[in-house]
Design a protein around this ligand. Structure first.
Ligand SMILES: Cc1cc2nc3c(=O)[nH]c(=O)nc-3n(C[C@H](O)[C@H](O)[C@H](O)COP(=O)(O)OP(=O)(O)OC[C@H]3O[C@@H](n4cnc5c(N)ncnc54)[C@H](O)[C@@H]3O)c2cc1C
Length: 422
C-alpha cells in the first residue's frame, strides 16, 4: 500500500495532530506537519509551570525530535493563517503548501466572552509563554509586597483572583494556595505569604460543572480548607489593571488569572464553513469538513457529536482519539481507492474518565459510575498524567521532581526571569 504522491498536511502538533501523524506511520504517504511553536506542549500541566512547580522543558518536547526517526514526516515551524479549500492550499507568512488531505488541528484559544480588552489585565493559560508570564508576575508581586511600606498596596499585591471554576481554575487556585501557604511561607521577613488572599470566581452554581455534584462539592470544600475563597454565582462584569468588578464588589488584585473560556483557533474563520458559537468547525460523523471529504477538523477546534449522540469534550484523550480515527480513514481511503470504495466509519468516542487535581494529594476523578476523591484520585491523576507524557524522555525527571516537591514543599522552578532574558 504505497502512495508516495499523496501529500497529507497536518496543521498543529498538539495532541490531535501528533496522533494523526503517528497513526499514518508506514502508510506510505508524505506528511508535512506545521506548527507555530517548535514544541509539543502537555497543556494539562501548564498550571504547574505557572505556579513554579515544574520548569517549561519538563512539559514540552521538540516536535522535530518526536519525528526524527520518521523520514516520511517533514516538520515546518510556521503559522498557518488561511486555508483555501477550493484550491487545496494552506497559507501563512512563511509561504504556502498544497495538499491531497488536510488535517486541521490547531486547537483553541483563551476566550474572554466578547471582551478581548480584558486580556492584558487577566492573562489566560494556553502556552509556555503564558505560564512563564504568570509565574513571573505572581512571584514579582510577593517581592514588591516585601518592600512596600503601603499597607493597601501590600494587600493588593498579595491578592490573587482566578476567574473560572473549571478544571484549570480549580487546579490554579489549589496550586496558588500551596505556593503561598507552604512554599513561600518562610522566605520573607516583612510579609506573611500565608495571608495572601486567593479568590476563585465562577458564575455557575458549582465548580467543575462537568462532574457530578458531589465531586464539585468535594472540590469546593477542599479548596476552602486550603484557604481559597470560593465565590459561586459570581460573574465578572469588568476587568481593568489590578481590578476585577463582579457587579457587587470590586476586588483589587495585582494578579488576575483567566481560566474561564475557550474558543477555537481563529484559522477556522478562514474556511467559510459552518462554525458553532465557539468558532469550532461542525464536522461530519467521520470528522471531515462538510463538502470536503479530503479535509478533517479534529481536537479542540472541532464540534463533534459521536455515534452515541454525545458531545465530545475538549480534552486531550478525545483529541488523540480523533487523530487516530482520521489516520485510519485516510489509510482506508487509500486502500479502497484501489478496489471498491467503502463507506467511512463514524467517530466513536471512548470516555476513559476525567480528573482534576486540587492540590497536594487531593483530586477528583470520574469514569462512568466510578467516582474517586482525595489521595486515591490524586494517585490516579499522577499515574495517568505521567503515562501520557507522550514518550518524553523526561518523564522520570518530572516524577522525581514531583516526589521531591511532595516531600519538601520545595519549588525548584521559582526563578524570576525578566522578559527577553529567558
Ligand atoms: C491549562 C490547560 C489545562 C488542561 N488540562 C487538561 C487536563 O487535565 N486533561 C485533559 O484531558 N485536557 C486538558 N486540557 C485540554 C487539552 O489540553 C486540549 O483538549 C488538547 O490540548 C487539545 O488538543 P489539540 O491537538 O486539539 O490542540 P493543542 O494541544 O492546543 O495543539 C494545537 C497545536 O497547534 C499549534 N497552532 C495553533 N495555531 C496554529 C497556527 N495558526 N498555525 C500553526 N500551528 C498552530 C499550537 O502551537 C499547538 O501545538 C487543558 C488545557 C489547558 C489550556
Amino acid at each position: 500500500m504505497t502512495q508516495p504522491d499523496t501529500h497529507v498536511v497536518i496543521l498543529g502538533g498538539g495532541f490531535a495532530g501528533l496522533a494523526a501523524a503517528r497513526g499514518l506511520a508506514g502508510s506510505g504517504v508524505r506528511i508535512t506537519l506545521v506548527d507555530r511553536e517548535n514544541h509539543h506542549l502537555f497543556q494539562p500541566l501548564l498550571y504547574q509551570v505557572a505556579t513554579a512547580g515544574l520548569s517549561a522543558p519538563d512539559i514540552a518536547y521538540p516536535i522535530r525530535s518526536i519525528f526524527q526517526n520518521r523520514p516520511d514526516v517533514t516538520v515546518f515551524l510556521g503559522e498557518a493563517t488561511s486555508v483555501d479549500l477550493a484550491q487545496r492550499r494552506v497559507s501563512g507568512p512563511q509561504g504556502s503548501l498544497t495538499y491531497d488531505y488536510l488535517v486541521l488541528a490547531t486547537g483553541g484559544v483563551t476566550s474572554y466572552f466578547g471582551h478581548p480588552e480584558w486580556e492584558p489585565f487577566a492573562p489566560g493559560l494556553k502556552t509556555i509563554g503564558d505560564a512563564q508570564r504568570i509565574r513571573r508576575h505572581v512571584l514579582s508581586a510577593f517581592e514588591r509586597a516585601e518592600i512596600t511600606p503601603d499597607t493597601s498596596e501590600r494587600k493588593k499585591l498579595m491578592t490573587l483572583v482566578v476567574v473560572g471554576g473549571g478544571p484549570t481554575g480549580v487546579e490554579l487556585a489549589g496550586a496558588l494556595a500551596e505556593l503561598t501557604r507552604h512554599v513561600l511561607v518562610n522566605d520573607f521577613r516583612h510579609i506573611d505569604p500565608e495571608l495572601a488572599r486567593i479568590v476563585l470566581l465562577d458564575r455557575a452554581e458549582r465548580l467543575l460543572t462537568m462532574y457530578p455534584p458531589d465531586l464539585s462539592e468535594n472540590a469546593r470544600a477542599t479548596l476552602e480548607a486550603m484557604g481559597v475563597e470560593v465565590r459561586l454565582k459570581t460573574g465578572v462584569v469588568n476587568v481593568q489593571q489590578g481590578r476585577v468588578d463582579t457587579g457587587t464588589e470590586v476586588i483589587e488584585a495585582e494578579n488576575i488569572l483567566w481560566a474561564a473560556g475557550v474558543g477555537a483557533s481563529p484559522l477556522t474563520a478562514t474556511l467559510g464553513v459552518e462554525l458553532d458559537r465557539a468558532g469550532r468547525v461542525k464536522v461530519g460523523p467521520d470528522l471531515s469538513v462538510p463538502g470536503h471529504p479530503e479535509v478533517f477538523a479534529i481536537g479542540d477546534l472541532a464540534a463533534v457529536t459521536d455515534v452515541d449522540g454525545q458531545l465530545v469534550p475538549g480534552i486531550a484523550p478525545a483529541a488523540m482519539q480523533m487523530g487516530s480515527h482520521v489516520a485510519r480513514i485516510i489509510r482506508e481511503d487509500l486502500d479502497s481507492s484501489k478496489s471498491e470504495k467503502k463507506p467511512r466509519s463514524a467517530f466513536d468516542y471512548l470516555d476513559k474518565g476525567s480528573m482534576a487535581t486540587i492540590g497536594r494529594s487531593a483530586a477528583v476523578f470520574k469514569a462512568g459510575p466510578v467516582k474517586l476523591t482525595g489521595f486515591l484520585a490524586w494517585t490516579a491523576w499522577l499515574f495517568v498524567h505521567l503515562l501520557f507524557l507522550v514518550g518524553f524522555r523526561n518523564k522520570a525527571v518530572v516524577l522525581v521532581q514531583w516526589a521531591w516537591n511532595y516531600v519538601t514543599y520545595g519549588r525548584g522552578a521559582r526563578l524570576i526571569v525578566r522578559p527577553g532574558q529567558e
